[in-house]
Design a protein around this ligand. Structure first.
Ligand SMILES: [Zn+2]
Ligand SMILES: [Zn+2]
Length: 407
């Protein structure tokens, strides 16, 4: 028995990997964690990370990714299928689950590919992957350009009760794009990725979700037009959920003026108006969840010039502090977006809550801890972050996963 005592909103008692009581009331326990002055939250859940194993263990492994997750306060993450070897079969799903168990840190839930080899041509074996433990399906890294394939994936979503997670990008509109298309890209002479490339695909996917009754989840919303598309779809009762990243909630394409690769990701950082719209979308619940799109690369790869370097930055170890700095979203909503909302989207029924009976995944946060982002101290193998050198307030100090104290 573990008692987490004196924190806000109340005490939490853990036994056999489950929450047995929360709120007030003294209890005797084998171990007591003093949480005075700290927030005691359901374990944070990141439904969008890239852990690179199998195939690119030089960038990240399931173990280093799970360690980075715990360091950032995350007790569960969902790993996308585009590691070095596409996760498009039951064997791939089982591999992730076994490696996650071996690491014994944050839970790593596998997301299966929508298409075989992530090629966008033939549907992968979604049913078999679901049986093996896939929590969702996505070709993330690539958009699903074939509308008929997306339609069929969403039909499976309805049958299997698992979401189709969509990277919304019309690839014909974004060829060789380096950054957001707008005033800054014009001034810098860099090729741009227009908002319309995201919003148009989100609209297509929304109508396919309406047609099929499948559950569509839109990843990394970055454009204000996409927020509008999702808001309208939800009013129509279409089954669509969405996420935003910490970087799209806080940074703009002005960051690219120094041509630094740590600001290059896909979708790109947008304009101030877009950031405001994404913040509003999270505030009013149009965008359910906050997810990092943690995407580690080697230092050598990220060190290349802007046009040549790969998209993607790490996010697991900075997300909480960055998110707590966002103005205009009530703290309750921010916490929901990092806990209950992703649990709901992924169908993790016993996670995202501290109610009795829930899995004992708990994140204890010092909301006043002031710290500076130092990538050399990351547990992740990735070092490229747009938040390098930034002073953040708020940090996870203890993390419990399934009743095991992991940090
Ligand atoms: Zn993506
Ligand atoms: Zn991604």
């Amino acid at each position: 028995m573990i008692l987490i005592k004196g924190g806000k909103p109340g005490d939490v008692l853990i036994e056999d990997g489950r929450i047995v009581r929360s709120g007030k009331g003294a209890a005797r326990a084998d171990q007591t964690i003093d949480a005075k002055g700290l927030l005691v939250l359901p374990g944070l859940i990141d439904l969008h990370v890239h852990l690179r194993e199998p195939g690119r263990e030089d960038k990240e492994t399931i173990a280093t990714g799970a360690a980075a997750a715990v360091a950032g306060g995350f007790t569960s993450v969902a790993a996308m299928a585009n590691s070095g070897v596409p996760c498009d079969s039951a064997v791939g799903i089982t591999y992730v689950l076994v490696k996650s168990r071996e690491a014994g840190l944050a839970n790593v839930f596998p997301v299966g590919a929508v298409s075989k080899g992530l090629k966008g041509e033939e549907l992968a074996e979604l049913g078999r992957m679901a049986d093996a433990g896939a929590v969702a399906f996505s070709d993330d890294g690539n958009p699903v350009m074939n509308s008929d394939l997306m339609r069929r994936a969403l039909e499976y979503s309805r049958m299997l009760g698992k979401p189709i997670i969509s990277h919304c990008e019309d690839a014909y509109l974004t060829r060789s794009a380096v950054m957001n298309e707008g005033r800054v890209s014009a001034e810098l002479g860099l090729r741009g990725w227009p908002n319309a490339a995201e919003a148009a695909m989100a609209a297509r996917d929304v109508y396919l979700a309406a047609l099929t009754g499948g559950h569509l989840h839109v990843q990394h919303v970055s454009a204000r037009e996409t927020v509008d598309v999702i808001r309208r779809a939800r009013k129509l009762g279409i089954r669509v959920t969405a996420e935003a990243t910490p970087h799209h909630l806080t940074l703009t394409d002005e960051c690219l003026r120094g041509y630094e690769s740590r600001y290059k990701m896909n979708p790109p950082l947008r304009s101030k108006e877009d950031v405001e719209a994404v913040v509003e979308g999270v505030a009013d619940g149009t965008i359910d969840a906050i997810a990092t799109d943690h995407a580690p690369h080697t230092v050598e790869e990220k060190d290349q010039e802007l046009a040549a370097c790969p998209n993607g930055v790490v996010g697991l170890e900075t997300a909480l502090g960055v998110v707590l700095s966002v103005k205009g979203i009530p703290r309750e909503r921010l916490i929901d977006a990092l806990t209950a909302a992703p649990a709901r989207i992924l169908g993790l029924k016993s996670k995202g809550s501290l109610e009795p009976g829930a899995d004992a995944d708990v994140t204890i946060v010092d909301p006043k801890a002031v710290w500076t982002v130092d990538p050399s101290a990351f547990r992740s193998r990735g070092r490229s972050t747009p938040f390098e050198g930034m002073k953040l307030v708020g940090r996870a100090v203890r993390v419990v996963v399934g009743g095991r104290v992991c940090s």
